[in-house]
Design a protein around this ligand. Structure first.
Ligand code: PMP
Length: 433
């Protein structure tokens, strides 16, 4: 039956389809960390809707909350509502103390890319400047502006000229050091290069409206930024009065073991972009949180129809309550250590594994051909297919599609992590002998 639905999709849907090409299943239903295809096969789901389903599929308390809200009010534009108020309160309460009182929310909608666009526009409005500094390997969304600041180039060519003034700099990706310095012998040269370019009045990039960065590049291949790199970028942008936008669309909502990943770096951004996991159950919602001094938009300066999804607001407030009550962030840290213990040693054991790395429950295993070090894209696809046959759904991503990525639910159990990692390791052994 999966084959039949895939064939029907093939005839009727856009050729740009992605997931079903590599994971050829039709999904019937799901629960917690598991999904079932229309033929009755059960899989562990370590893709979780691209990092959206932070509390797993159909969390019963979130289902109850959304169902109750559905009967009360669904769409509220930007009117104040009790559900929105609870959501706002919950989001602000998850910020580190000094930011809690300094930040305001703008509701964008409904996707992460929409919120990235809003963040860029807000910084341009506030500074009166045009350019933006972004990083190689970054992904920020599919619309023109969000794509323009994305460093993953494949999808970008047709809109590359859409937004002028975007400058790309190396990210601290030591496994494939963009400055060709020996990996792990340096963690600040990429920051030094950025610093030089921003300070250089003689052919540098001038003073941009914003610097936008991910703390852990997700689509770029689960690459955590090195702490010194992030701190230097923050110090520099602060000194030069350039707003720092931290894109937490994928990392936000607890994915790396703190509510936002920037907390792990001990920095304070000027703008935070958040979306995917905020409702916990996949009801779309996207926001920017920003420092009050950036609250410069006139009424109506940035609008949008779907800024008032009450189902997402109700779910999001409830998700925060559950995450606190069940110490889900503690679980992310403990399960993250478990994943690290299982996957990190692969780099020593298997010559195809360039690096296994991650933060919290956002992990990647990068494969490179041991003969010449080139990205092992084909092998990564074979691992993904083998894992699927063995009952595990995972993602492949990264700059050259050679990083196997896992994004488990944040409340995943130790047993499921063990089973999934042993499936993954088995698939790697099979495909990378
Ligand atoms: N920013 C980051 C860091 C992302 O990972 C993504 C999605 N993968 C986006 C932005 C775009 O989000 P959306 O697809 O909801 O527009």
């Amino acid at each position: 039956r999966s084959a039949e639905l895939l064939a029907r999709q093939d005839r009727r849907e856009s050729n740009a389809r992605t997931y079903p090409r590599r994971l050829p299943i039709a999904v019937a239903e799901a629960s917690g960390s598991f999904l079932r295809d229309v033929d009755g096969n059960v899989f562990i789901d370590f893709l979780t809707g691209a990092g959206v389903l932070s509390l797993g599929h159909n969390h019963p308390e979130l289902v109850r909350t959304v169902t109750a809200q559905l009967a009360r009010l669904t769409h509220g534009l930007d009117f104040p509502t009790p559900a929105k108020d609870a959501f706002t309160e919950a989001q602000l309460s998850m910020l580190p103390a000094p930011l809690r009182d300094r930040m305001k929310l703008h509701f964008c909608g409904p996707t992460g890319g929409d919120a990235v666009d809003a963040a860029l526009k807000l910084c341009k409005t506030a500074t009166g400047r045009g350019g933006v500094v972004a990083f190689q390997g970054a992904f920020h969304g599919s619309g023109h502006a969000a794509m323009a600041v994305s460093g993953l180039v494949r999808q970008k060519a047709p809109v590359a000229d859409g937004v002028p003034g975007v400058h790309f700099f190396p990210y601290s990706y030591c496994a494939r050091c963009p400055l060709d310095l020996a990996p792990r012998t340096c963690d600040t040269n990429c920051a030094a290069y950025l610093e030089h370019s921003l300070r250089d009045g003689n052919g540098g990039v001038g003073r941009p409206a914003a610097v936008i960065m991910e703390m852990v590049q997700g689509e770029g291949g689960a690459v955590p930024a090195r702490p010194e790199f992030v701190r230097r970028v923050r110090a520099l942008t602060r000194e030069l009065d350039i707003p720092l936008i931290v894109d937490e669309v994928q990392t936000g909502g607890g994915r790396t073991g703190t509510w936002f990943a920037f907390e792990r770096y001990d920095i304070e951004p000027d703008v935070i972009v958040a979306s995917k996991a905020l409702s916990g159950i996949g009801v779309p919602v996207a926001v920017i949180l920003y420092d009050r001094r950036l609250d410069v938009w006139e009424p109506g300066a940035h609008i949008g129809t779907f800024r008032g999804n009450q189902l997402a607001f109700a779910a999001g407030a409830e998700a925060v309550r559950i995450i606190r009550r069940d110490d889900v962030l503690g679980n992310v840290r403990r399960r993250g250590e478990q994943v690290a213990g299982l996957l990190a040693p692969l780099a020593e054991k298997n010559p195809w594994v360039r690096e296994a790395r991650g933060a919290g429950l956002m992990w990647g295993v990068e494969l490179a051909d041991p003969r010449d070090g080139s990205p092992a894209t084909g092998a990564a696809r074979r691992v993904q297919a083998s894992a699927l046959r063995r009952g595990l759904v995972i993602e492949v991503g990264g700059r050259d599609d050679c990083v196997i990525r896992i994004l488990p639910p944040l409340n995943v159990t130790a047993d499921v992590v063990d089973t999934a990692c042993s499936i993954l390791i088995g698939a790697i052994e099979e495909c990378c002998p």
